[in-house]
Design a protein around this ligand. Structure first.
Ligand code: ADP
Ligand code: MG
Ligand code: ZN
Length: 437
């Protein structure tokens, strides 16, 4: 039983947040807009309409490819992926097949076995389809989404546990947001996941089948779907049955996967080069320019936070979101003025108080932390130093106290308070003064 090992490959689709669509000038900002208002002859697939390439989208695709350590093709080509469906008015999707923009990359993920490299097979550019809504006895179709730039990222079948795929999907999402190429909101469908799962006996060669899990719209569902599928397949194998190559969907209510399409019904897309688009030539300067524009990535920031003294888990939380990461760094910079404050103090404050970065300033946080840290137990040594100084500077009060004037103590405490800028703990100061007198 324990000899089995899952083999998983992921396909991720991400919608780019460019102003216009992939092959026409229609606005790509379609979410929540009145149906069929962001359309033209190109994205409606009317006869004779000619597509043209959105170069911003190509730049975004290249950004993703570069972050994933891919080789960038100097020459790339779009192809037609032919199939019939009501949300695809042209009868084909313009995609990339034999000549993708980016190939052979990798990314590090963390799972049960520690840090591991996942190979990226390809990152290519394509266009989204329209969207259908089914209700009662009718189906409505909205073409606002038709032609929105879509990037597909395909890994090699390198994942062996669900923790790895969760980490991978999260990393990609953070990356898209850091790069500013997509909102990558799974619920809205900006980012979509498909997992391919098969089972082998550990060490054996790649299984000759794979089950594709489609329509997964949250990280949590993906984990449940893959875990379920692994169990289902192992059961099949142990029962001596052969697992079919097929496509399955995930039913979150029933917590099970269900058959959508079997191998017999697999598509033959009859890919061929898109005759209406020129080949894409990507010159060195363009790639160098994009490389220079890349921001520091979430995991790089996280590593830097760790080096600054933040616990690994916290460094991760703080680097997930670019805005939060920058806020933390800003706070860290202000905190350097005070030796008593370290990076982990600031991390604790921001994480424990679930700080809303729009409602508080880094300087406010620093002052609060400083007030909390100075004057309390941690600074007994400091209090003692100030107490001694107060005694030297106020010989009369010392004399008065020694003569039995209890009120003189208040004067001495007041002196320490002044020396500490009002931060000394009055009770502790009194104790220390008593001991010194
Ligand atoms: P398709 O368009 O048919 O989905 P892709 O090449 O886009 O094909 O994606 C295939 C995916 O399946 C890749 O992520 C790949 O890693 C994965 N894969 C291939 N073979 C296996 C296997 N035996 N088990 C699990 N995943 C596999
Ligand atoms: Mg697929
Ligand atoms: Zn259009």
């Amino acid at each position: 039983m324990n000899n089995y090992e899952p083999v998983i490959g992921l396909e991720v689709h991400v919608e780019l947040n460019t102003n216009s669509k992939m092959f026409c000038k229609c606005s790509a900002d379609y979410f929540g807009k009145e149906p069929n208002t962001h359309t033209c002859s190109v994205c409606l697939g009317l006869p004779g309409a000619l597509p043209y390439i959105n170069n911003k989208a190509i730049d975004y695709c290249l950004k993703i490819g570069l972050v994933l350590n891919c080789q960038i093709a100097q020459k790339s080509l779009f192809e037609r992926k032919n199939y019939f469906y009501p949300d695809l008015p042209k009868g084909y999707q313009i995609s990339q097949y034999r000549w993708p923009l980016c190939i052979n990359g990798w990314i590090e993920v963390e799972g049960k076995e520690g840090i591991k490299r996942i190979r990226i097979n390809r990152v290519h550019q394509e266009e989204d389809t329209g969207k259908m809504t089914h209700s009662n006895n009718e189906t409505l179709v909205d073409f606002n989404r038709s032609g929105v730039p879509l990037v597909e990222i395909v890994t090699e079948p390198d994942f062996t546990d669900v923790a790895e795929i969760r980490d991978y999907a999260k990393k990609l999402q953070q990356c898209f947001r850091y790069l500013g190429v997509s909102n990558a909101d799974m619920e809205r469908g900006d980012m979509r996941l498909e997992a391919n799962v098969s089972i082998r006996v550990k060490g054996e060669k790649l299984p000759n089948y794979r089950v594709e899990l489609k329509n997964i719209n949250s990280f949590r569902f993906m984990v449940s779907a893959v875990e379920y599928e692994i169990k289902r397949q192992i059961k099949e194998i142990e029962a001596g049955r052969i697992i079919n190559q097929e496509t399955r969907g995930w039913n979150e209510d029933k917590k099970c996967s269900y058959l959508q399409r079997s191998k017999e019904k697999a598509h033959d897309y009859r890919y061929f080069p898109e005759p209406d688009l020129p080949e894409l030539i990507i010159d060195r300067n363009r790639i160098e320019g994009i490389k220079k524009s890349l921001p520091e990535l979430p995991w790089e920031k996280g590593r830097r936070f760790e080096q600054a003294g933040v616990k690994k888990a916290d460094a991760r939380i703080l680097s997930e979101d670019k805005g939060l990461a920058e806020f933390f760094e800003n706070t860290l910079k202000h905190g350097q003025k005070y030796q008593v404050i370290n990076a982990q103090d600031i991390a604790n404050y921001i994480i424990n108080k679930k700080v809303d970065i729009n409602l508080i300033l880094p300087t406010q946080i620093i002052e609060e932390i400083r007030d909390k840290k100075v004057g309390v137990i941690t600074d007994l040594g400091n209090l003692q130093k100030m107490a001694k100084k107060a005694l030297i500077e106020n010989p009369e009060s010392v004399n008065d106290y020694k003569k039995g004037k209890v009120a003189a103590m208040q004067v001495l405490i007041g002196a320490v308070m002044r020396l500490s800028g009002g931060k000394a703990d009055a009770e502790k100061t009194k104790e220390i003064l008593k001991k010194l007198l």
